[in-house]
Design a protein around this ligand. Structure first.
Ligand code: NAP
Length: 274
């Protein structure tokens, strides 16, 4: 598995695992736990969750999956914007730690920009870091103007919607982060398993690599340095495919075909979020 370095030097897997909708009853919990463990075995050791997902039940699924393998995984969770205050965040963090059954969250993100002053949120993140409750912090769904407000603070990532069909951030946000060595975490990298995976251009590139369109979609997201991709998969065949996608090197011809189907942005676009 390829890795990406965070600003503090920690290495994380370039393809990790998402967990949105886990713990909601879509699949039996033991199947979701098995899928995450399979993914860890295959090197997708970064696991992304949030207090929001399934009202905390996704964090519980992650807690069960990583039981006994804490040292192998890098746990990312997210705090609701309304909990990102001096008073509420320490409680929210404790509740996440309890559900995850761990002592420290490796990376704690503000889920999206909210109304609590950013300076208060940053100060609280740093207090939690000093107390050993989190190892580092970052943001999600932040556009360039939101990121600029962070100043010189030690933001470890910006998690954003990014896949071949939603690539407006290539115009300004992704270069802005790259210039400052802030890794970008691509969410919904296989387009939530929808239309992207039935696209003719991705299918054609996939056929040349003996791969699936989902694998090409994933390989495409991590073609740039400093991008981490976090597909969610509960199906064991999907998990295996996703891990193997890290080894696919897209050629200039592949990239040109994908560009023809999904043209890169020519002007600034507002950040899209789910
Ligand atoms: P996604 O990962 O693009 O798509 C997940 C869907 O694609 C699932 O239905 C999954 O099916 C299917 N899938 C996965 N791998 C596949 C493969 N190889 N072939 C065919 N289908 C495949 O979408 P997402 O869950 O929205 O995004 C990924 C993660 O990003 C989330 O789980 C969450 O952790 C994070 N996220 C963050 C935000 C944010 O605001 N920060 C927003 C959205 C998502 P099965 O489950 O049946 O395998």
């Amino acid at each position: 598995m390829r890795s990406v370095r965070l600003p503090d030097g920690a290495a994380v897997s370039a393809i990790g695992q998402g967990t949105w909708h886990m713990g909601e009853g879509e699949r039996p919990i033991p199947q979701e736990v098995r899928a995450l463990r399979q993914g860890i075995d295959l090197g997708m050791t970064l696991i992304d969750t949030a207090e929001m997902y399934a009202d905390g039940a996704s964090e519980q699924v992650v807690g069960e999956a990583i039981e006994g393998r804490r040292d192998q995984v890098f746990v990312v969770s997210k705090v609701f914007p309304h909990n990102a205050s001096r008073r509420a965040m320490p409680r929210a963090c404790e509740a996440s730690l309890k559900r995850l059954r761990i002592d420290c969250i490796d990376l704690y993100l503000l889920h999206w920009p909210g109304s609590i002053p950013l300076a208060e949120t940053i100060e609280t993140f740093e207090r939690l870091r000093d107390a050993g409750k989190i190892a580092r912090w970052g943001v999600s769904n932040f556009d360039v103007d939101d990121l600029a407000e962070l100043g010189d603070s030690a933001v470890a990532t910006n998690q954003i919607l990014y896949n071949a069909s939603v690539r407006g951030t290539e115009f300004d946000l992704i270069p802005w982060c790259a210039d400052r060595h802030i890794p970008v975490m691509a969410y919904s990298p296989v387009g939530q398993g929808g239309a992207l995976l039935h696209d003719a251009a991705l299918a054609q590139v996939a056929a040349r690599h003996g791969a699936t369109p989902a694998q090409i979609a994933l390989a495409w997201t991590i073609r740039l340095p400093g991008i981490i991709s976090i597909p969610k998969a509960s199906d064991p065949a999907h998990v295996a495919e996703n891990a193997a996608a890290a080894a696919i090197d897209l050629t200039p011809a592949d990239l040109a075909e994908i560009d023809a189907a999904f043209p890169p942005p020519r002007r600034r676009q507002r950040l899209e979020m789910l």
